[in-house]
Design a protein around this ligand. Structure first.
Ligand code: SF4
Length: 51
């Protein structure tokens, strides 16, 4: 696995996060669970997978 220095992430529970707060994936998908998102809490990393 190689870290993607362009994607910082602090979600330690994700299996793609093994490298000093960076994501291992080359690309990630971001989405929302809200109909009308207005703040950062409304967005989700949809590439998350539990370790
Ligand atoms: S897939 Fe998403 S949640 Fe997982 S390490 Fe990458 S950016 Fe973080």
């Amino acid at each position: 696995m190689t870290k993607n220095s362009g994607v910082k992430c602090s979600v330690q529970q994700c299996k793609h996060n093994e490298n000093e707060q960076y994501c291992n994936l080359q690309t990630i998908q971001i989405g929302t669970h809200e109909q009308n998102p207005k703040m950062d809490q409304c967005t989700d990393c949809q590439s998350f997978e539990l370790k």
